[in-house]
Design a protein around this ligand. Structure first.
Ligand SMILES: Nc1ncnc2c1ncn2[C@@H]1O[C@H](COP(=O)(O)OP(=O)(O)OP(=O)(O)O)[C@@H](O)[C@H]1O
Ligand SMILES: [Mg+2]
Length: 531
């Protein structure tokens, strides 16, 4: 019952005035109206994301208050850019965020599942089923579904790993070069996992080349930096050499206070200049002594030091930011040195090639420096081709999501079929479990199974097919033990090449069910805003 509330009536009987404990405009919604309210919010949200779902999903153009636009198909991006005010919708936003944080993919799936579970529960509530009965049935179904996923999981193979990388990238701008980029994703994770404890997207850095197209993207077994090469005559294309990475400056420490030096005679001036030169030589010699051919530096590099090094064929690059230094250190297996005076050969890393490229035709004052072919890199870089604007940003989001999902599949060593096949199998499994359920929870279990079928239904619908026909066909296939799904054209097939890490599907199932449950548990909405 919705309506303005003048506080809860705490009076014992008639005649006594009600005790007013909340503001006049506060509105309290109770009973089934609560769920109606929450469910309609989730419906709006699910319908918003629905057209973006699957390989034939469309994009949304997001137009922000600051005038920036983004065109995206990424559920997480859409959700995070919406200025959500509705409290129920806020719960859904945090649900989407938790799926994105955990897996990097499956956000739209989670939203669709939660929306469908709530939609189903609305019918049951109207029939008079108690929310706790629905909750019980949903939770039972979820637990049994998650344990069943192990039965349909398939061991990982190289081909399936490429399938995982492609599936997670689908519809995210990176699709234009899907095959190339998925191979790149798998390659980068394989290289880094050999030199680190586990495969992870954090071991892969992304570099926008700012030219060409996505199909020019490539792997750099090292790092790419955008910095001006300080002297034109510096060597380009250095092969198989050592690198030093220095956190601080390569110059004489400057005075922290103003000081005046009084020089009385030309001799004194000479000796002062000599002393300064000597100290600079000391710095240069410290570097030369280590045997490094390239020095990356977080601070400034003194001009004289730079020239002395250049004369000996050593390149020094100054004022790199901390992330670049850290990435370069990981890629080349070197230690970041605080002060060059402490440097030794042990701190150095190695690389296979150091090449810089100047692009005269553009106005960019920075060169692209590539440190490549590092012997055992703990970090590698994907150089992403394209103009570096919105389309590249969207592609990078896709590559990143794909890196996350692919690394999960590598760690879990098993994958689940996509295209709605896993969800169709879950629906079948819950229906057969339901047979042995004597109580009313059985009705909720059936509703749960129907909600799972939203995934193949929306895939079919977005590909222009009749969702009901396809779902019924899938149901009969599942009954005879065929794990079938929906393909790109909305037809029923064995889902070849469409794979998900186990945790993307089980995580989204759990998150969606728990969110739906927490909404069903709400028995009153008290709104201070009066809505
Ligand atoms: N080639 C394909 N054929 C059939 N289904 C596919 C294909 N590629 C992906 N899918 C299915 O599309 C669905 C994924 O769609 P989408 O990537 O739009 O949503 P999401 O992964 O849930 O959310 P998001 O990617 O926005 O986080 C999955 O069910 C997946 O199995
Ligand atoms: Mg996806």
């Amino acid at each position: 019952m919705a309506g303005p509330c003048f506080g809860w009536d705490m009076s014992d009987g008639a005649g006594k005035p009600p005790v007013v404990i909340v503001k006049e405009q506060t509105n309290v919604t109770s009973g089934t109206d609560v769920q109606e309210k929450l469910i309609s919010a989730s419906d709006v949200f699910a319908n918003l994301l629905k057209p973006t779902f699957g390989p034939k999903g469309l994009d949304k153009m997001m137009y922000k208050t600051d005038g920036n636009t983004a065109v995206t198909n990424d559920g997480a991006k859409i959700v995070s850019e919406l200025l959500v005010k509705h409290p129920a919708a806020k719960m859904l936003v945090s649900m989407c965020q938790s799926q994105e944080e955990a897996c990097g993919d499956g956000v739209t799936t989670t939203m669709l599942l939660c929306g469908a579970l709530l939609q189903e529960s609305q019918t049951l509530l109207r029939k008079g089923l108690h929310p706790l009965t629905i909750i019980g049935g949903y939770r039972k179904s979820m637990i049994s579904a998650i344990s069943m996923l192990d039965d349909i999981a398939t061991p990982l193979s190289d081909e399936r790993l490429i399938g995982v990388a492609e599936t997670a990238m689908i519809g995210k701008g990176a699709e234009a070069s899907l095959e190339l980029l998925s191979r790149i994703v798998v390659k980068t994770l394989k290289i880094t996992s050999e030199n680190t404890d586990y495969p992870a997207a954090e071991h892969v850095s992304m570099f926008k080349s700012g030219k060409g197209s996505l199909s020019d993207s490539k792997v750099i077994s090292g790092v790419a930096l955008r910095r001006r090469i300080p002297l034109d005559g510096l060597p380009n294309d250095i092969r198989d050499a050592k690198i030093a990475i220095v956190g601080g400056d390569l110059k004489i420490r400057s005075m922290t206070r103003d000081a005046q030096i009084k020089i009385a005679s030309p001799e004194e001036l000479d000796s002062f200049v000599d002393a300064e030169r000597e100290r600079k030589e000391h710095i240069a010699n410290a570097i030369l002594g280590t045997g490094a051919s390239v020095v990356l530096c977080g601070g400034e590099v003194d001009k004289d030091v730079l020239h002395t090094l250049a004369d000996r064929g050593v390149v020094a690059i100054s004022e790199l930011d901390e992330v670049d230094l850290r990435n370069a250190a990981e890629a080349t297996s070197s230690t970041i040195i605080d002060s060059i005076m402490d440097a030794s050969a042990d701190n150095l890393g190695s690389f296979g090639s150091f090449v810089w490229e100047r692009n005269e035709s553009t106005e960019m004052v920075e060169d692209i420096i590539r440190i490549d072919d590092c012997p055992s890199p703990a970090l590698v870089t994907i150089e992403v081709g394209g103009d570096g604007k919105e389309a590249t940003e969207e592609a990078i989001r896709g590559i990143h999501d794909s890196l996350r999902a692919t690394s999960l599949a590598m760690s879990e060593k098993a994958v689940l079929p996509g295209g709605g096949a896993s969800h169709s199998m879950i629906a079948h499994h819950v229906r057969s479990e339901m047979e042995s359920e004597p109580g009313r929870e059985r009705i909720a279990m059936e509703a749960f199974a129907r909600a799972m079928e939203t995934i193949p239904a929306v895939l079919a619908e977005n590909s222009g097919q009749n969702p009901l026909d396809k779902v019924l066909k899938l149901r009969s296939e599942a009954r005879i033990g065929n794990c079938m799904g929906i393909d790109r054209d909305g037809e029923i097939t064995l889902p070849e090449g469409v794979w998900h890490p186990k945790s993307v599907i089980s995580g989204s199932l759990e998150t969606a069910t728990e969110t739906a449950i927490s909404m069903l548990r709400i028995d009153q909405v008290v709104s201070a805003r009066g809505d």
